[in-house]
Design a protein around this ligand. Structure first.
Ligand code: ARG
Length: 560
């Protein structure tokens, strides 16, 4: 139930829109005053009345006849509302038990397509910890939009175009051998590339340019080598994607747009947007306060932006998206601003539907990360270390647990995901193993542990509880009910703001409220209707936490 919408619907104020009222309805600082409040001072000016008078008048007109709210009062210029507890309790619990894994889902997205460009790996480059964010934020948005009924297209915009592949082939020809690369996989390939950059002389640089030309011209051997490096890369990321529960619908990367750039260049030309500058072709963005968008270099080569222009047009034509999201680090802010602006100047009305979902940097506690300093931390090592640490914690806390490895995988991988998702995505974060694996902090481990606790209560009871008739919920129980009721809105808000952290925070908040209740209230030994009700509350919490973590790609072990 969206109480804010319900309240906004019932209130009429001359000169104030329903939307303004909706946005003004707030949660009062303490729940003694009410569950929702409308501060009336905001409307004083327009209505030329004091907030106290406005609140009084609104109260006089407000009807409670449909039983959704139980009380409305006017206090100091605030209109306070109390929710009808038993009506809310009944409707939330029955929604959760009826919908199960679908609780929180909706059909608002029906008939709309969202493209999400995320994780977008570069061929021959292993993932480092920075790739965790794009992968798990994109993956979470993918599931969240699906849950809301959208048709979602997950796109891995492969970085598979550029002169670096000429260098790579050249390095392989000089120093590489097949067995070693087969054995070492993508890391062996990356080592060759790194070696080229530190050791190649003029002669090798020339050879590399020639190899790049050979790839472009369809030379068989050069392309076979390239495809081999690509397949090693996809195999490598595939194992990481499996662990993180990430999937894609398209792997159309930069190379895919090779033959789709010319029409874009022609169109730019026709529309008079293309300008010469030192032999290069650019779109001037000076009037918009941006440096020019480079379309063709002076040697005629296309650029990253050229391919992104072609890709956006292709996606619009192919999927007719409602929105197209790019989950890419904020370092590329300017790039996306330029690309979106150029499309707007080309007269594409849908340019406004392109969204750069930017996120901050991730570094590890000890400062490791930079490629140039050679101190790189590979993503698979971060994940494995989380899982090892989870295993050690389980060994210590619950040595007799069955399926320890399976549980450690869920807990460890979950911690890595949650660590990258929990904060507002634009913030830079410092990844700490101890923090993400803490049982007490705001972590997935804490949420999973709460689930295990709920599971064990239900197991001991041997029943799921039953509907209740006259049970009066207490304050702690009602806090849990309100949290449960807010889940569908949290999911919607996460989608609207492109912010999976809202779902992550929801999960922590619900777990905290459930634990407060669990510590203060008896469940298995409760009297009368309290016992079946509390079991239901426990089951509903477990289900909702599972749904929330599931949207983030995090599994829930039965026991921990
Ligand atoms: N591969 C690029 C990188 O690592 C990210 C690609 C993002 N997507 C896009 N359409 N530009 O920086």
């Amino acid at each position: 139930m969206d109480y804010k919408a319900y309240i906004a619907d019932k209130i009429r104020l001359d000169g104030v829109t329903k939307q303004e009222i909706y946005e003004s309805v707030a949660l009062p600082p303490n729940s003694e005053m009410g569950d929702y409040a409308l501060p009336c001072f905001k409307f004083s000016k327009i209505l030329r009345k004091s907030p106290v008078v406005i609140a009084e008048e609104l109260k006089g007109k407000f009807t409670l006849d449909d039983g959704v709210l139980s009380e409305v009062s006017a206090v100091n210029g605030y209109l306070n509302f109390k929710v009808n507890k038993s009506a809310l309790t009944k409707s939330v619990l029955s929604a959760i038990f009826e919908q199960g894994g679908g609780y929180g889902s909706s059909d608002v997205g029906n008939g709309k397509t969202i493209c999400i460009d995320y994780s977008s790996v570069n061929i021959a480059k292993p993932f480092h910890i920075g790739h965790l964010s794009t992968t798990v934020i994109g993956g979470a948005l993918y599931r969240i939009y699906k849950f809301l009924g959208y048709n979602v297209v997950g796109i891995n915009h492969l970085g598979d175009y550029g002169t670096q592949f000429g260098k790579l082939i050249c390095a392989y020809k000089h120093w590489g051998n097949k067995e070693e690369v087969e054995r070492g996989g993508i890391h062996a390939v990356n080592d060759l590339y790194v070696r080229f950059n530190s050791e190649a002389d003029e002669q090798m640089e020339n050879e590399a340019r020639e190899y790049f030309r050979l790839i472009e011209n369809g030379d068989k051997e050069a392309n076979e080598l390239f495809e081999w490096f690509k397949s090693l890369t996809l195999k490598y990321v595939g194992t990481i994607y499996d662990r993180l529960k990430i999937t894609f619908d398209s792997y159309a990367g930069e190379r895919f747009y090779t033959d789709k750039m010319q029409p874009v260049i022609d169109e730019l030309n026709e529309k008079g947007l293309l300008k010469e500058s030192d032999g290069a072709k650019i779109v001037d963005l000076e009037p918009y306060g941006m440096s020019p968008c480079l379309i063709l270099r002076s040697d005629g080569a296309s650029l990253y932006a050229t391919r992104d222009l072609a890709a956006a047009i292709y996606r619009k034509n192919t999927y007719d998206f409602y929105k197209c999201l790019y989950v890419v680090a904020y370092q590329q802010n300017l790039h996306f601003k330029q690309v979106f602006k150029v499309l707007e100047l080309m007269g594409k009305p849908w340019a406004k539907d392109l969204v750069h979902v930017a996120y901050g940097m991730v570094s590890l506690e000890d400062g490791a990360m930079s490629t140039r300093k050679g101190k790189v931390v590979w993503l698979e090592d971060v994940i494995s270390r989380c899982v090892e640490k989870a295993k050690a914690i389980i060994e210590e806390k619950n040595p007799r647990l069955e399926n320890k490895d399976e549980t450690a995988e869920k807990v460890g991988v979950g911690a890595a995901i949650f660590g990258a998702l929990y904060n507002n995505k634009i913030k830079d974060i410092v990844f700490s193993y101890d923090k993400v694996l803490s049982f007490e902090g705001e972590t997935s481990v804490y949420v999973q542990y709460t689930c295990a606790r709920a599971n064990s209560v239900l197991e001991k009871a041997g029943e799921a509880g039953t509907a209740f008739e006259n049970y009066e919920v207490n304050a702690l129980e009602f806090e849990v009910i309100k949290a449960l009721a807010s889940f569908p809105d949290a999911v919607k808000e996460a989608a609207e703001k492109y912010e999976p952290s809202i779902v992550a925070r929801f999960a922590v908040d619900l777990a905290q409220k459930y634990n407060k209740f669990y510590i203060e209230c008896k469940i298995l030994t409760a009297e009368g209707e309290a016992k079946p009700f509390r079991l239901m509350l426990t089951g509903a919490t477990l289900q909702t936490l599972k749904n929330a973590l599931g949207l983030l790609g995090i599994g829930v072990p039965d026991k921990m």
